[in-house]
Design a protein around this ligand. Structure first.
Ligand SMILES: [Zn+2]
Length: 483
């Protein structure tokens, strides 16, 4: 028995075809990987990024945001630096300064002033210097396989032990890396993969640097959405001592306020399912559950179906015999409705903005190639569209759902208010302890001020729970430090 199993495992063991390895080595030579060992260069790209999962528009007409990437290396000194500036709708900016030397690495977030250890390479390095991708794939992929030539490209399939992988594409004549396609994987937008194409190469210190990079997100729901970066500046200057040093005043992100995954009772029949992904990093996820006499209302379905199924299981323990009848979905962004198929499968009605309704209906009809619960027992999404406000009430509880839009983050955004408990649950509008107040927050706080809802406790999908004094401070003076 044991012998049979061992043989079967051996037979399935991935291989690195010698022809595929030889092609990667030829490509490394073509890229100037030897010259790269002593490369000193500053490489700056500018362009835009378009993310259909984080857009102001629900479907189509996705707006681009400016993006800048600067990579500086001194490979003789084993030093590299990256500066990345990107944004999404509603004044969420991501400005990261990362540096790596032989003995340390950090990623510093300019917006929050926090720094984290950086175990891997500086972000964006492979974009500017694609020979790094070749080295990584040759080193870490479990299998490499030469594929038949197709449309002037030679291709290699690569696979990691975790099942991820994709295809590298090489120019058949020059052997330079033309791009890569990752293997499709399930997402709330249907199976999705990333596709990268490098523009014509130029040489810096004998090393190939792309004059342009096109990044495409390809999904069943949105088709191909492309973002582009163009080479704007290059010189042969390495990183400065200042760039390699941790910026003065940088602090490690303090998330000690954050509990492990647990259900926090908030008065009778109300719970906050805190930190549902048990994260130690910047963004955490909290889900609200409110029990009525014979059912439960949940707010927000973050991440994926597995997360929803885990939470539905927890709610069944908190409110036995009461099925989840409603899921309130604040807005259409991917990290917020990633788990929505789990609630549709459980028979819940989705309470959402009128704008998001068609997208949610399509998500429920777009089954992943690896079937989930909804794919195995398909049913349409029952979406209750909210315009203005909507009340859910019985003798046990009362929930008021408000559309606080228009908001710079998403045109319509729903919040959940519990008048008995004087509790307000929102998503992305205030992210206390995780992201500073921004235009999105200010727009919402102005709405709350006019609306005059008495709020004694405020919580969000992201961030920590705020008490009455903190909320008063926030609404009165619109200020709350990031931590
Ligand atoms: Zn969002």
């Amino acid at each position: 028995m044991f012998l049979t199993l061992a043989l079967a495992l051996n037979a399935a063991e991935p291989v690195k075809q010698p022809e595929a390895l030889a092609l990667i080595e030829a490509a490394q030579r073509a890229h100037g990987a030897d010259a790269a060992k002593t490369l000193k260069a500053r490489i700056v790209f500018e362009g835009s990024s378009i993310d259909p999962g984080q857009s102001l528009a629900v479907a189509g007409g996705f707006e681009p945001y400016p993006r800048r990437l600067s990579i500086t290396v001194d490979n003789s000194a084993n030093a590299s630096v990256s500066d990345l500036d990107a944004a999404i709708a509603g004044d969420f900016r991501f400005q990261t300064h990362a540096a790596k030397t032989a003995d340390k690495g950090f990623a510093y977030d300019r917006r929050t002033g926090t720094a984290e250890d950086l175990p891997g390479a500086v972000p964006g390095l492979e974009m500017a210097l694609p020979h790094e991708t070749l080295a990584r794939v040759a080193r870490t992929a479990a299998s490499l396989q030469l594929l038949p030539e197709k449309d002037e490209h030679v291709r290699i399939a690569y696979a990691y032990p975790n099942g991820r992988g994709g295809e590298l594409l090489f120019d058949a004549r020059t052997k330079l890396l033309a791009g890569y396609d990752t293997k499709p994987s399930p997402s709330v937008h249907g199976d999705r993969y990333a596709s990268v194409r490098f523009g014509p190469y130029r040489r810096i210190g004998g090393v190939a640097v792309p004059s342009g990079v096109e990044e495409r997100q390809v999904s069943v729901l949105f088709g191909t959405v492309a973002s582009r970066l163009a080479l704007k500046h290059v010189d042969e200057q390495g990183p400065s001592t200042t760039e390699l040093a941790l910026p003065a005043g940088a602090q490690k992100g303090d998330y000690s306020w954050r509990p492990p995954f647990s259900a926090k009772p908030l008065g009778d029949n109300v719970w906050l399912l805190q930190n549902v992904t048990d994260t130690k990093a910047q963004w955490s996820y909290n889900v609200l559950a409110v029990a009525f006499a014979d059912h439960v209302l949940v707010a927000e379905a973050p991440i994926d179906t597995a997360t929803s199924e885990k939470l539905i299981g927890e709610i069944a323990k908190l409110a036995p015999g009461k099925p989840v009848r409603y899921l309130v979905q604040s807005h259409h962004h991917q990290d917020h409705l990633g788990g929505i198929r789990g609630y549709v499968a459980a028979g819940a009605t989705i309470v959402a903005s009128a704008e998001a309704k068609p997208l949610i209906e399509r998500i429920a009809q777009t089954h992943p190639s690896t079937p989930d619960t909804l794919a195995r027992a398909p049913r349409p999404a029952n979406v209750l569209a909210v315009q203005g406000s909507r009340v859910f009430e019985d003798a046990t509880n009362r929930v008021e759902v408000y559309d606080v839009g228009p908001n710079p983050h998403a045109r319509q955004m729903l919040v959940v208010y519990l008048p008995k408990q004087k509790l307000l649950y929102q998503a992305d509008l205030v992210n206390a302890g995780e992201y500073p107040l921004n235009d999105t927050s200010r727009s919402f706080l102005a709405w709350l001020k006019v609306r005059k809802l008495p709020v004694e406790t405020m919580m969000g999908l992201h961030g920590r729970v705020l008490d009455q004094a903190e909320v008063a401070d926030l609404v009165g003076e619109e200020r709350l430090a990031a931590r």
